[in-house]
Structures are given as C-alpha cells and as structure tokens.
Design a protein around this ligand. Structure first.
Ligand code: HEC
Ligand code: HEC
Length: 484
C-alpha cells in the first residue's frame, strides 16, 4: 500500500504548502477517494498481501463514502441571487462604457478590444496586445510608427464569465486585489473609493491606468503622463472626459437618479456600471452540468457522468476547481512554462512569479489563481500566459506537469504574426516553474477512455448560448469612437 499512501500524503502536503489557506475537508475527502480508487490492477499484482480482500472492501467503502460526501458537500447550484443584478439602466450604461475607447488615454482601445464577444470575453491571444495595436483577436498586430506597441502585456486576458458571483473575492491572476469585509486590499488601498460597490468594479479601474493596456505612454496623452505619479489624477482625467460628453449624461441620470448634474459623475459611477454590465452580460448558469445538479438527471449522459466522477474523484480536479464556480480562489503552481515580458518586480526581467509578487513568499512562486471553468471552450489560449492554445495541451500540463513543461515550445502559444514583434528575449521560454518545490500537481495516469470521459464531462460546463455574452454589442457609443 505504501505508494498509495505516499500519493495521498504527497498530494496533501503539496496542497498545504502551496496554498495560503488549508484545503477544505472536501478536498481531503476527494483525495481519500483517490487513494482508494487508484489502480486496482496494481493491487492484484501483490497477492501476498493477506488482507487483500478485506483491505479492498474497506477501502471501497471509504471510497464510496468519501466520494458521496464530497459530492454532497460541493454541488451547490449557482443561484442568480448571488450575483449583482443591477437595474437595467446601470447595465445599459456599463454596456456603452465597456465598448467605448474614450476610457483609454489615446482613445484607441476599449475593454472589449481584449474582452471581446467573438472570443468568449477574452482575445484569442496568449498575451494581450494593448493600446497601439491594430485589429482584434489572434489577428491583432502591434501597430506602426509612433503608435506602435511598446511592450507586450505580460499575461493572458482571462474570460469574464461569472466573475461577479459573491463568492469570488480575489481579482487578477495573482490575486493582487482582494475584497474583504472591511473593504479592498491592494497596494493602492488608500486610493480605492469606498463607493466602489464590488470586487469587479474596483478591478475595472486598473486597465485604465496600465500604460501598456489602456493608458498609453507618458509622452502620448495626459492620462499616460500622470499615471506614474498619481493614479487618482488619471482616473479624474477620464472622468472629466465622460462628464463633458453630452451623450452620457442622460444615461448616467437614468442609472443614478441621485446625480444632480454631469459634474457629479465620479469614477465609482463609471466602474460600478462596468461591473454591472459584466455581471449581466457574462453570466452563465444554465450549462448541462448546472441542469444536472438542479435535478435534471437526463442533462448528463452516462459517459459525462463517468467523467464527472473522475473530475470529483481520482483525477483530483475538484480539489482546486471547486464548485460552484470551479475555482477555490487559491493560487497553485501547475508548472506552466514562463515566457513573455514578465513582471519587473519579480527579481529579474522576463519572469512572472505570480502570487509571490503579492506575498513576497517563495511559496507563491509561479502560483496563479485557479481559473473558473464554465465556458472554457470559448476562452483559449489557457493559463495565466496562454501557454497552451488547446485544451488538450492544458490537460496534458495537468496530467504530466514536468514532462509537458519540458517539451513545450513557443509554437504552442498564440502570438502575433509580425516577424519582428517586440524583443526576442521575452519569447525565450524559461522553465523554472515545474522545477519549484511548490509544484502543486503530480503525474496522473488516466486511460484513453478515462480521458475521453473526463473531456465529455468538461464539455458539460459550456453553454454556447452565452459564449458571446447575453446582451448585444452596441452599434455606436456616446463618444462617437469606433466600436471593435
Ligand atoms: C490590453 C488588453 C486589455 C484591456 C484593454 C482590458 N483588459 Fe481586462 N484583463 C486583461 C489582462 C491581460 C488581464 C489579466 C491581468 C492580470 O491578472 O495581471 C485582465 C483582467 C481583467 C479582469 C480580472 C479577471 C479575474 O479573473 O480576476 C477583469 C474583471 C477585467 N480584466 C475587466 C476589464 C475591464 C472592465 C476593462 C476596461 C476598463 C478591461 N478589462 C480592459 C486584458 C485587458
Ligand atoms: C492543484 C490545483 C489544481 C488541480 C488539482 C487542477 N487544476 Fe486546473 N488549474 C489550476 C490552476 C492554478 C490553473 C491556472 C494555472 C496558471 O494560470 O498558471 C489551472 C488551469 C486549468 C485550465 C485552464 C483554464 C483557463 O481558463 O485558462 C483547465 C481547463 C483546467 N485547469 C482543468 C483542470 C482539470 C480537468 C483538472 C483535473 C484533471 C484540473 N484542472 C486539476 C489548478 C488546478
């Protein structure tokens, strides 16, 4: 039995050291189910174990018990009441703002340029191309002349589905913004207005002041100029622009009847409306999986149900991808190869150390937030840097973390076609992540049939009806700027 126990404790100790909070009881139960259901063939190879059949029965019992307790504990459905559900006037205002390039320093990029309806609220690229770029999706290029993009964005634009659910309290791949009962935790804490109504409203402030995303460079426009010294000033400049666009005032008045004049519009009104729009637009709660946990037994066929057992059982997926959102809100290093411009504060160029940048602890090295999984089919490439363009690649990363990272080559990512794009150095893959002691996943062996079953279950987390959002893209926006 020793290898099985090793596996169990191996998994457990890794989870404990790599996550900042203890894994919950359900994860331990899932692990228990795993020891007991792993590789019955291996047991048969060892007939000298006298207590074989007794052990088998005992462990099968624990397995059934553990799996059913884990399932019973975890499978709470997603309820609409747990989202923001703002009045339609606020959603409508947010819809226009989300598609309006007026929020960017150089008036050349909107939220939807990188979170686009054609790419499942993401952009189809491994690493986003910010302001100055031309086009959308994988075709987006780096631009020309003085407007050309200066630096590649260091991370993948994540899908926005269900981010406004009340149980989601950490934003960004590294969780550098947290909503707690006392307000927000972020390194600009003092600047975060208490009128910001939700995590995602506060999150919405930051792309506007990121030079490579929306703000632009210091010598290009006033927003870009003031960003390095004063974020508040940058948000004010954007607010003045909105106050002075006649088209917006009636929309703000309808959304916030308490406003007396356009001069009362402030950044929290803008940010809250953006969150209200994302809440209504990128909500997905009626996948086949959701119908199944709501009692419709026919929503999943038998293969999908077998896959579901694997997901919650020996494939261990649910120990991190926890329902109802399929994320535990924690950070794990799954060994994705690093590439891209990285984050300078990480102790060296071209490295993105993830959670460690926020906590300063080695336990967070290369650890990133567990992403939610609903509508994954529309949000490729996968991972914090989009290292895997396909779901198969991403699953291989989970099944064989070290080997997959070692064998990885740049052509598994989706990068712009331009041959001279940005620096060659930031395209050089570096392989540290899978060699770190905090690697949170270990090799898992599944048969081809089991892989097919697991994939069949993963498909049940998608709802194509919501892939392009629940609301139409506006034909035009109050600034008159073009809509991507
Ligand atoms: C240049 C492309 C780009 C633009 C423009 C952009 N984003 Fe993003 N967005 C990203 C990237 C990349 C990330 C991940 C950043 C990170 O985690 O460090 C992100 C993260 C997010 C997240 C957090 C997701 C999570 O799981 O925590 C939200 C919400 C979001 N963006 C909303 C917006 C809104 C609202 C706007 C407009 C104000 C916007 N974005 C503009 C690329 C972009
Ligand atoms: C130890 C925790 C952990 C376990 C166990 C785990 N995952 Fe993940 N998963 C993650 C993290 C963390 C990421 C993001 C990694 C990154 O960005 O560097 C991720 C990413 C993914 C993604 C990509 C999603 C996206 O939008 O980018 C998919 C799909 C996925 N996991 C599926 C699975 C499946 C299926 C299983 C079970 C075989 C599984 N995961 C097991 C932590 C885990």
């Amino acid at each position: 039995m020793s290898w099985r126990l090793y596996f169990f404790f191996g998994h457990l100790s890794v989870s404990l050291s790599s996550s900042e909070k203890f894994q919950t009881l359900s994860s331990i139960l899932v692990s228990l189910a795993n020891i007991t259901t792993t590789k019955p063939r291996e047991m048969k190879k060892r007939p000298h174990i006298k207590s074989y059949s007794f052990t088998c029965v005992l462990f099968s019992l624990i397995s059934v018990l553990a799996t059913s307790v884990a399932l019973a504990m975890d499978l709470a459905p997603l309820e609409d009441q747990d989202f923001i559900n703002a009045p339609p006037e606020r959603v409508e205002l947010g819809r226009l703002l989300f598609h309006d390039k007026i929020l960017s320093g150089n008036r050349n990029i909107a939220c939807n340029t990188c979170h686009h309806q054609d790419f499942g609220s993401s952009d189809g690229l491994s690493l986003s191309i910010g302001e100055g770029g031309i086009g959308i999706g994988p075709e987006r290029q780096l631009g020309v002349g003085k407007n050309r993009v200066v630096r590649r964005v260091a991370r993948n634009a994540p899908g926005l589905f269900n981010l406004t659910h009340k149980s989601n309290t950490v934003a960004f791949h590294d969780g550098r913004l947290v909503k707690s009962e006392d307000g927000f935790e972020h390194n600009t804490e003092g600047l975060l207005d208490s009128r910001l109504a939700s995590l995602i409203a506060a999150q919405a402030l930051f792309p506007m002041t990121a030079p490579d995303e929306m703000a632009g460079q210091q010598n290009e426009n006033i927003v870009g100029l003031v960003v390095p010294s004063n974020l508040n000033e940058a948000w004010k400049v954007i607010t003045y622009r909105i106050r002075n666009l006649d088209g917006y005032w009636p929309l703000f008045k309808a959304a916030y009847p308490e406003l007396a004049s356009a001069q009362d519009i402030d950044m929290p009104h803008i940010a809250n409306a953006l969150a209200d729009f994302m809440d209504a637009n990128w909500r997905v709660t009626q996948t086949p999986y959701d119908r199944f946990v709501n009692g419709d037994n026919a929503a999943l066929d038998t293969q999908q149900q077998r896959g579901m057992e694997l997901f919650f059982g020996r494939a261990l997926c649910a120990s991190c991808h926890k329902p109802p959102l399929f994320s535990d809100g924690q950070f794990h290093n799954i060994g994705l190869p690093s590439f891209g411009p990285g984050k300078l504060s990480g102790g060296g160029n071209y490295v993105d150390k993830g959670r460690a940048l926020v906590t300063g602890s080695d336990l967070g090295n290369f650890a990133f937030k567990t992403p939610q999984l609903r509508n994954w089919a529309f949000t490729a490439p996968y991972g914090h840097n989009g290292a895997h363009a396909t779901i198969e690649g991403m699953l291989e990363q989970h099944f064989e973390p070290k080997q997959t990272a070692r064998a990885w080559t740049l052509d598994q990512a989706v990068l712009p076609q331009q041959s001279d794009d940005l620096t060659a150095t930031d395209k050089t893959p570096s392989y540290q992540a899978h060699q770190q002691p905090n690697l949170a996943i270990q090799r898992i062996v599944l048969s081809d049939e089991q892989r097919d079953d697991l994939m069949a279950f993963l498909e049940t987390l998608n709802d194509p009806a919501t892939a392009r959002g629940n609301l139409p893209v506006p034909d035009e926006v109050p600034s008159g700027l073009a809509v991507d």
